[in-house]
Design a protein around this ligand. Structure first.
Ligand SMILES: [Zn+2]
Length: 251
């Protein structure tokens, strides 16, 4: 394992603290080789799969039922359509859009996921491109969501009354450049960096450190390498990979 990450985990062990992690993978819509590679990489580590509701296919539900990996389904927006104004950052939900229309989309999407995936669908909302206007965030709990998950250290434990925030913190793809894997070293450093910030009190100490992957983008060998790192972390005495359902309570 990367030396920086091992040293950081050792500090958590020395302090008799548990370094909590979770693994979110975005943009699932159907089954296929990339999804199979994600499951193989995860093995016994639980996965939180952010699924695009209106594109989700029955084949995806069948693949989840067939895998030995523990997989929870999170709501990834509605159609994953970019509604941002030209020249601004991509987003499905924006301050410029009608709030009632966006609310209806989240409701419809949540219903669809429950239809397709049943109890595997849990009340965690993952806005596409990790952007959600505050006005919509304020309505998510009324729709039945209990957690908002975006990117970066959370500014507060709750995103809105009745709505926890549990983000991801390490996204190992160079989205603005090559759109390829940044490498295991960079990934390990990002994980270690968030852990250190939690330990030192510059980030919320109890927010689990979130790994974010995109199974449709990663090369096969890179997904396997990520799985190897995840397994190494899991084998460390201080580390624990949480299931998505744990986030509803423990975060
Ligand atoms: Zn997405």
């Amino acid at each position: 394992m990367n030396g920086m990450l091992r040293a950081e985990l050792d500090r958590w062990a020395a302090a008799e603290r548990t370094a909590t992690f979770w693994w979110r993978d975005d943009d699932a819509v159907t089954a296929g080789p990339a999804l199979d590679r994600l499951f193989a990489a995860a093995g016994a580590v639980p996965l939180a799969l952010a699924v695009v509701p209106m594109q989700a296919e029955a084949a995806l539900a069948a693949a989840l039922a067939a895998t030995g990996t523990q997989v929870a389904v999170l709501q990834h927006g509605h159609r994953h359509t970019n509604h941002a104004a030209p020249g601004t950052k991509k987003a499905e939900f924006t301050d410029e859009r009608d709030l009632d229309a966006m609310t209806a989309e989240v409701q419809v999407g949540r219903g669809r996921l429950f239809e397709v995936f049943g109890a595997r669908s849990i009340p965690i909302f993952v806005p596409p491109w990790n952007r959600c206007p505050a006005a919509l965030t304020a309505r998510l709990a009324d729709i039945g969501h209990r957690v908002l998950s975006a990117y970066g250290p959370r500014p507060a434990r709750h995103a809105a009354p009745g709505l926890l925030q549990v983000n991801t913190h390490a996204d190992p793809i160079d989205w603005r450049g090559t759109r390829r894997f940044l490498g295991l070293g960079r990934l390990a450093e990002a994980l270690a960096g968030h852990l250190a910030a939690r330990r030192q009190g510059t980030a919320d100490a109890v927010e689990p450190t979130g790994l974010l992957t995109h199974h449709l983008v990663h090369e096969p060998e890179d997904m396997a390498a990520i799985g190897g790192l995840v397994a190494e972390i899991a084998a460390h005495a201080a580390a624990r990979w949480l299931a998505a359902v744990d986030l509803l309570e423990a975060a």
